[in-house]
Design a binder for this molecule. Structure first.
Ligand SMILES: *[C@@H]1O[C@H](CO)[C@@H](O)[C@H](O)[C@H]1NC(C)=O
Ligand SMILES: *[C@@H]1O[C@H](CO)[C@@H](O)[C@H](O)[C@H]1NC(C)=O
Ligand SMILES: *[C@@H]1O[C@H](CO)[C@@H](O)[C@H](O)[C@H]1NC(C)=O
Ligand SMILES: *[C@@H]1O[C@H](CO)[C@@H](O)[C@H](O)[C@H]1NC(C)=O
Ligand SMILES: *[C@@H]1O[C@H](CO)[C@@H](O)[C@H](O)[C@H]1NC(C)=O
Ligand SMILES: *[C@@H]1O[C@H](CO)[C@@H](O)[C@H](O)[C@H]1NC(C)=O
Ligand SMILES: *[C@@H]1O[C@H](CO)[C@@H](O)[C@H](O)[C@H]1NC(C)=O
Length: 655
């Protein structure tokens, strides 16, 4: 059984399910993959050694150790964080990394019922004997949702808040000198439990409706150790422009020749302060030529490998229209709304190959961009995007859309922890710092559709200050301050959301207004016109490819009932966008969406990735026609008068 039928069975027979679980897991010794509502072609490959790859491609050392695998787990109540269960064997096994709600976790409850707000994770580790004894030992977590308190050998080594971000603790001083070390992690994740207002993206514990999904709790990305000299590189920020300049903070930095270890450029800087050096005529990175250069950085006896691509992102006026520029030229970006959910792993892709598969299918028909929607992926995703050639519009994971208490604006409702608005701002900073060295990152989105935007606040609206914050942390990317809805004109884009039809950079349809609720216009000539979401054409599927065994629960903004009609309606919408490129000021489109997600059946691919709805030839040629239309419209070397398309410049279209 799967899907709704499965869930209602679980809810209806909770007592039986619980006692079954207790009997089965009270003294559970082994991990067993559970059967969820739907699997993927990679589910069975995960095994007990998940995500074996080095997880941090931007700062890679040779001496590292993966701690992923089967750990022990205990469900607890509030107030246990100061009493680590040191030296005990916790009752259940769990796969790390995984979301507790996922089939891959092995915990045998696929549940949207709150019940694992607080838990302990436990494992042991040894330090490899070939690691130099004078070195430091760092423990790294790719991401733990939502708060993690880490103990080594019973001593607290650190605390981290924020479900999407990597963190590192130096555990050298806590290690046992004579044997195995015990690692305990206390995780707390309220998701959207009553009165919590934290970045959660599309996760929910409570919400009905097609666009909200199963939450993810706990350690959902790789946990690993590394050995470093006592003086070591903590962070490497690379901003490699098309002119060959590179700002960073190491001691000696080498950019290698393509395909060889020979040095193309070497420079010396002081750690802790940016420096700039020139690399002669690098091959530029673009989505169609995603050239990357290997880099090594040497600081004393610390050596790390990294890479970068050389390209410049900016904004400029071409033929009177605001355009996003890549290496100085208008680059129309064509992107899916990409949520990064998996039926077997929820937030954790089953394998790195599975994660790349989505990007490869997009590349196959010509997508050159991805809007990574209110989720942050493992670092290897951004590496894959750098290698395959995608421009990423990276969204900040949003707060829940509505505040439970209408009298409180964002920031005053959280029961524990810091002010919600301040915490959102802080985590936005973490997002930018974590991802800004990836070549593929093209723009940052702060708010999606007004969710958690404090739209009732008076001026100055928070997105202005946050746009400044993002620009101060990363002046090399564009900022999409609000994607859809409550726009007060902050940021680089005027981003319209409309289903199914697009309204991109065009002067009609959406209503302009002013005041606290702002407006949602389809075109503002002072910013870049973007269709940040449209499409959403769906098609119900046989139950073996669907999360829900119930057609009434397989929904979309618009349903078609054959693959042929799905292609027809989708292409019709995309052709309408093309017309808006030709006639108006449309600079990019985001099609909903890469895959089906749970009850939302409007993917290019099914949720299990076994069905690709796209007629490859039709999609490839239609997508190419978007780029052709944009090249014709936004070609600075063609004077308006030379154009033979019967259209004048936009100034003439818009008085
Ligand atoms: C199972 O675990 C419980 C609690 O940890 C313990 O009291 C009990 O003796 C164990 N039972 C067996 C059969 O090992
Ligand atoms: C975890 O413990 C809480 C509090 O005792 C309980 O309500 C919940 O059902 C438990 N969840 C699981 C998955 O055992
Ligand atoms: C092992 O080391 C720990 C401290 O790291 C110490 O408490 C313990 O007594 C040692 N055990 C043995 C057998 O030496
Ligand atoms: C960068 O280094 C990796 C690992 O040594 C190698 O596989 C790859 O081919 C190199 N890339 C380039 C562009 O030289
Ligand atoms: C909000 O404030 C108004 C005016 O003070 C009050 O009448 C109302 O009950 C409050 N609503 C809630 C949900 O507290
Ligand atoms: C598809 O939908 C149309 C319009 O709702 C309906 O007339 C037709 O019978 C449907 N076809 C199938 C195969 O369900
Ligand atoms: C822009 O126009 C020039 C002159 O007609 C042409 O050579 C060039 O290929 C055009 N560029 C694009 C991207 O279409």
């Amino acid at each position: 059984m799967r899907s709704l039928a499965f869930l209602s069975t679980l809810l209806a027979s909770a007592t039986i399910a619980t006692s079954t679980l207790l009997t089965r897991y009270a003294n559970d010794t082994g991990y067993k993959l559970q059967t969820g509502p739907l699997d993927t072609p990679w589910t069975a490959e995960v095994g007990t050694n998940p995500w074996p790859e080095h997880p941090r491609p931007k700062v890679q050392r040779s001496q590292w150790k993966n701690l992923n695998g089967v750990w022990r787990w205990r469900n607890v109540t509030a107030g246990q964080v100061n009493s680590p269960p040191t030296g005990q064997t916790l009752e259940r096994s769990v796969l790390v990394p995984s979301c507790l709600e996922s089939a891959l976790s092995g915990k045998s409850f696929i549940s949207v019922v709150p019940g694992h707000l607080y838990s302990w994770y436990q494992t042991t580790f040894d330090i490899p004997s070939n690691w130099p004894t004078g070195n430091r030992v760092l423990i790294n977590f790719g991401a733990v949702d939502y708060e993690a308190t880490v103990f080594v050998n019973g001593k607290e080594v650190g605390f981290h808040r924020g479900g999407y971000f990597e963190f590192t603790f130096d555990v050298t001083d806590y290690l046992s000198t004579n044997g195995t070390n015990e690692l305990l992690v206390h995780a707390f994740d309220p998701t959207d439990t009553e009165r919590y207002q934290i970045p959660i993206g599309k996760q929910t514990l409570t919400r009905e409706g097609m666009i909200w999904y199963t939450p993810c709790t706990g350690i959902w990305q790789t946990v690993w150790l590394e050995s470093t000299p006592s003086e070591y590189i903590m962070k490497l920020d690379l901003a490699a422009g098309a002119d060959g300049y590179d700002g960073s903070t190491p001691y000696e930095i080498t950019v290698h020749e393509l395909g060889s270890d020979a040095a193309k450029a070497t420079a010396t800087g002081n750690s802790g302060s940016p420096f700039v050096f020139k690399v002669d005529s690098p091959d530029l990175w673009t989505p169609s030529t995603p050239t990357l250069y290997n880099i090594t950085v040497q600081l004393g006896s610390d050596s790390v490998s990294s890479y970068t691509g050389f390209r410049t992102i900016s904004r400029g006026v071409i033929d009177g229209v605001q355009r996003p520029l890549l290496n100085g030229e208008f680059e129309f970006f064509w992107s899916p709304l990409d949520q990064g959910f998996w039926p077997d792993g929820i937030y954790t892709p089953p394998t790195v190959e599975a994660m790349r598969y989505d990007l490869e299918k997009l590349k196959e028909v010509g997508f050159n961009a991805v809007r990574k929607h209110i989720k942050v992926e493992p670092a290897l995703y951004y590496k894959a995007a750098d290698e395959l050639g995608f421009l990423i519009i990276q969204d900040m994971p949003s707060l829940r859309p509505e505040l439970p208490d209408p009298n409180n604006t964002c920031g005053t409702i959280q029961l524990e922890g810091p002010d919600a608005q301040q915490e959102f701002n802080r985590q936005l900073g973490l997002l930018v710092e974590q991802l800004k060295s990836y070549t593929s990152i093209f723009a940052w989105t702060i708010y999606n559709e007004g969710w958690g935007q404090a739209t009732d606040a008076s001026q100055p609206w928070p997105e202005f200050e946050l746009t400044d914050l993002v620009r101060s942390l990363d002046p090399t990317r564009l900022v999409n301050a609000v994607s859809g809805w409550t726009d007060h004109t902050a940021g680089d884009f005027d981003d319209n959301h409309h289903y199914s039809t697009p309204q991109c950079g065009s002067p009609f349809w959406s209503v302009q207004g002013s005041g606290p609720s702002g407006y949602n216009s389809a075109y503002d000539p002072s910013r870049i016109g973007l269709q940040g979401e449209f499409g959403g054409v769906g098609q119900q599927l046989p139950f073996e490819h669907a999360w829900f065994d119930d057609l009434a629960k397989q929904t979309a903004y618009e349903l078609t009932n054959t693959t042929e009609t799905w292609n027809y309606r989708s292409i019709q919408n995309i052709v309408q966008l093309r017309e808006q490129i030709e006639r108006y000021a449309c600079s990019g489109g985001v099609w909903t969406q890469t895959t089906d997600v749970e009850g939302e059946v409007n993917g290019l691919l099914s949720y299990d990735r076994r069905i690709n709805r796209m007629d490859k030839e039709l999609w490839t040629s239609t997508i190419q026609s978007l780029y052709d239309a944009a090249a014709k419209r936004g070609n600075s070397s063609v004077a308006i008068t030379e154009r033979n398309d019967g259209l004048a410049g936009l100034q003439d279209v818009f008085p």
